[in-house]
Design a protein around this ligand. Structure first.
Ligand code: GNR
Ligand code: NI
Length: 164
């Protein structure tokens, strides 16, 4: 296993769109295990491959207290089932350290993904799992928390990050 470097805003590589995974081989296993190590080390609850400069549709998560329930989502997708059912959450992001923002997102979604062997799954996550699923898919599409903020706030965060 290896710990990977997490890209931070405003790195333009965070804006790349990830490509679907179509080979469920050893190299996918290696990426996933490195991403899990990187996520645990950084004390995040989720990590998208985009954040470690790998532009493939791979997400890892662990929402458990004990940090012993790794979840792996290959080619994750979601559909909004009810656009009137919303959930607000104070979100953080490993790629925008030190910043949190309250974001409102759909709470009733249908999620689909593949596992590391390519088997297909679906579920209807709610609450934090639904939030995290959408947050990570945003990364795969090159979208970040700052995109939900006012441009004034975003520019302030950008300037601070560039100065540091
Ligand atoms: O560690 C993380 N915490 C978090 C909290 C609320 C909503 C989303 C998240 S994801 C974030 C890790 C991360 O940046 N994943 O992309
Ligand atoms: Ni993030």
């Amino acid at each position: 296993m290896a710990r990977l470097k997490i890209l931070t805003f405003p790195d333009p590589k965070l804006r790349k769109i990830a490509a679907p995974v179509n080979k469920f081989d050893k190299s996918l296993n290696k990426i996933v295990s490195d991403m899990l190590e990187t996520m645990y080390e950084a004390k995040g609850i989720g990590l998208a491959a985009t954040q470690v400069d790998i532009h493939k549709r791979i997400v890892v998560m662990d929402l458990s207290e004990e940090k012993n329930e790794p979840r792996i989502f290959i080619n994750p997708e979601f559909m909004i089932l009810d656009d009137k059912s919303l959930f607000s959450c104070e979100e953080g992001c490993l790629s925008i350290p030190g910043i949190t923002e309250e974001i409102t997102r759909p709470d009733q979604i249908k999620a689909t993904w593949q596992d590391i062997e390519g088997n297909y799954f679906e579920d209807k996550p709610t609450g934090l799992l639904a939030v995290c699923f959408q947050h990570e898919i945003d990364h795969l599409e090159g979208k970040l928390l700052v995109d939900y903020m006012s441009s004034l706030k975003r520019d302030r965060i950008r300037k601070k990050a560039l100065k540091a």
